[in-house]
Every structure is written in C-alpha cells, then in structure tokens.
Ligand binder design. Structure first.
Ligand code: RNT
Ligand code: ZN
Length: 419
C-alpha cells in the first residue's frame, strides 16, 4: 500500500464515520493513550532465566517446539524490541519474577530484589515503557506438590509469603524508577486433581498468606496489587483454592485489583460482562486477555467476538484508566515474535473498532429504540475501520496491514534461525 492509498482510504473512512456522528480523530487520540502490557513469557515458553531449561510445572503447559526461542535476557529483549517495532503506540512489559538476571548465581525466590531487574528497568527506561510484575509461584521445587501459599507446611508458606513481599517491593521499585505505576499480579496454581475432603482450610490459609504479603502499605502510585482467580487447571481439575468467588470477595474486602483472565472460566463464559459488575465495587482491575480453546486457556489472541466484547466494555464506558490491559498466552508452535505481534495488534484493533462504534451503538438504546440498537450494532460491523487502523499504523511509523509479517520473516532468517 502506498502512502497515498492509505491517506485516501482514511479520508473517505473519516467522512463515512463523521456522517454517523463518530469523531475518528478523537478515537485515535484515545487509542494512543491506552497501553497494553505485553507478557514477557510468550518469548521463551514461560521458561524464565533461573535455571534455563527447567521444566514448566504447576498446570502451565506450552505445546510446540518452533525454533528460535529466546534463551537469554538479551535475546528476549531483542525479540521484544522487534515486536514493539511492529505495534503502534507506547506500551508496557509484564515480567515474571523468574526472569530476573541472577548472574549465574543461585538466588532463590525468597531472595530476589530489584537489583536482579536493573537491566530490565534500564531497557524499559530507554524505550519509554512501563513495567508490570508477577511473583512466580510455579516451576520450583517448593511448588512441586502443587501447593504454595495454601501449603499445610508452615515453612513452605513462609517461603512463598516472602516471595510475595519481595515481589511487591520490586513492583514499587519499577514504579519509582520509571514514573509509571506497576501492577503486581498474584497467581498461584494451588488446587486438587481430585475431589478434596476439605475445601475450607486451603482457602483460609490462602487468605492469611495474602494478608501477610500485603501487610506493608505501598504507595498506589508506585505499585498496585492484583489477585488472579482460575476455575481449574491441568492437574487441578476438581478444586482451585483461588477461585473466582474467593478472589472477588478478597479483592473487594482488601481493596485489591481483581484480575480477569479470559481463559479462566467455563468455555462459554466470557469476561466482558464481568467488567462492569466488578468495577461497580472496585476502582480498578487487571485483564489477562487470552483465548481459551477446549482445555487450554492460553491460545494467541485473535480478533473474535469475545475480544471485541471486552474492548467494547472498556471503550463504551470510558474505562481506559480503570482497566489495566495485559496479555496472557503462550504458543510455541509458531514464530513467537509473530504470536506476540498478532495478539497485541488485535487487542489494539479491537479497541479501535470499539472506540469508533461507541457513539453509534448507544443511540438506539438511549432512545429506548431497541430496533435501532440492533440495526446499528450490525451496520457497525462493516464500517471501514480497516482504513482507520492502517492510517493509525502508518502515522505511528509501524508496518501497515500484513507488511509486518515480512519484517518478522526477515528477523527469523537473520536472527532467530541462528540461535
Ligand atoms: C495461569 C495464569 C497466570 C499465568 C502467568 C504465566 O493460569 O493465567 O497468569 O499464565 O502468570
Ligand atoms: Zn493469567
């Protein structure tokens, strides 16, 4: 596509939207203010850098062995640089604790500090990115039996509580160093494959452990705490201590953010409808935008109805500042940089579509005219948002349309295939 083609298509699209009362320039301005937190773990199959090559555990499974995965922090940052060059706008990176740089030393999870993340901070600063954080409660000998913060063993709980405390401090250090609030998200795998006799005690221990982790006040300008529920995992099909109801109640009573992961519910249960319910009682939430397929909760995010419904809830209600958007999926069967790019571009494209159709789809409802509401919702589906998206990508200096793919293929030949 030439610059002129992009420009002409955009001018026509803008006119078409204007006729419907939609201000395209305003939508693009809003879109440019919405950061998406890219999950570092798509780049190396949730491997981390503690003891490279260690097996992923605790119900997290990555399938595929596409060549070229990042083996070092430098390689992961290079792959992220590549991905970010293909995505319009300024965004964030979401790190997991086991992506620290430990200089070949054994630094256990209860010993980590922000020092181990100084290269990540410097990289984020250089690129104008914000950082988010997650304690890592999996792939560790002390989580091998599947229990961390709910463990009946006091010493194990203590170890993991210390990990949680240090993780929040690292989050606060990120917030301070970058001048951008960090969201630190707690997810634990704890649960049972088969029917438990006691559903109560693990949850009581979880509440107590979380309270211990969150005891020290930290400025919400530096760090925000989030807790992430899940319905079931691989190997925890019958019971997960940190269920939706558990964490919803916990978040409301302790004033924490709730994390809604799109892959953590029943197969036909979306998270879009949960957003307005939860935000009635919590000031802010975190999303893990993902795509569940059968038993897997973490396929690459595509532009489907679920994603559009999530984006619509954010755009229609002006929730951009209250909903922190993070991605959470891992696919090792395709080029990992492409997987990142596809998911992130889709998230942004869904937000753009939602921002563009917002004024339109509200009209009918406000007038109590549900015929018009349905009619316009359907008409909105064929409005020329593609031309607006192309223009936005060009104006932000990133490839337009499928042109990004050639860049990824070149990177694969020049860099990934040599690993
Ligand atoms: C697991 C949770 C969690 C993880 C990451 C790696 O089911 O979704 O968010 O995917 O922490
Ligand atoms: Zn998640």
């Amino acid at each position: 596509m030439t610059h002129n083609n992009i420009e002409q298509a955009f001018v026509l699209a803008r006119e078409r939207y204007a006729a419907l009362g939609v201000d395209v320039d305003h939508a693009l301005k809003t879109l440019a203010t919405i950061p998406v937190s890219l999950h570092c773990w798509q780049g190396d199959d949730v491997g981390g850098f503690e003891n490279a090559g260690g097996a992923l555990g605790n119900g997290l499974a990555v399938t595929g062995n596409y060549p070229g995965k990042a083996r070092t922090p430098e390689e992961l940052r290079a792959d992220l640089d590549m991905t970010l060059s293909l995505v319009p706008g300024k965004h964030r990176l979401n790190l997991h604790a086991f992506y620290g740089e430990f200089g070949g030393k054994k630094v256990d999870r209860d010993e980590i500090t922000s020092e181990h993340f100084k290269n990540w901070i410097a990289w984020a600063k250089k690129n104008g990115l914000g950082l988010d954080f997650n304690p890592t409660y999996f792939s560790h000998p002390k989580a091998a039996d599947g229990f961390t913060l709910t463990s009946p063993d006091k010493a194990i709980r203590k170890f993991w509580i210390e990990h949680g405390i240090r993780s929040r401090e690292i989050g606060a250090a990120f917030g301070k160093a970058l001048g951008k609030t960090c969201v630190t998200n707690v997810w634990i795998p704890d649960g049972y494959k088969d029917t438990p006799a006691d559903r109560v005690a693990p949850r009581a221990r979880l509440a107590e452990s979380l309270d211990a982790i969150f005891k020290k006040p930290i400025s919400p300008k530096l760090n925000l705490d989030a807790v992430e529920p899940k319905l079931f995992g691989i190997g925890s099909e019958s019971y997960v201590a940190g269920s939706h109801e558990f964490y919803l109640a916990y978040a409301v009573s302790r004033k924490k953010l709730l994390t809604l992961d799109a892959g953590h519910y029943h197969p036909t249960e979306g998270i879009a409808d949960k957003i307005s319910s939860v935000l009635e009682f919590l000031p802010e939430i975190l999303l893990h935008v993902s795509r569940g397929v059968r038993w897997d909760s973490d396929h690459v995010v595509i532009l489907n109805d679920d994603l559009l419904a999530i984006a619509r809830e954010i755009a229609v209600n002006g929730f951009e500042k209250r909903v922190h958007i993070g991605l959470d999926y891992f696919d090792a069967s395709i080029n990992r940089v492409a997987a990142w790019t596809i998911g992130t571009r889709n998230m942004l494209r869904a937000l753009l579509i939602a921002l563009l159709e917002t004024p339109l789809i509200r009209t009918g409802e406000l007038a109590g005219d549900f015929t018009t509401r349905l009619a316009l919702q359907e008409e909105a589906k064929s409005l020329p948002f593609g031309a607006v998206w192309d223009f936005y990508c060009e104006s932000k200096g990133v490839p337009v349309g499928e042109a990004w793919l050639a860049e990824v293929k070149r990177y694969e030949t020049e860099v990934l295939s040599k690993r």
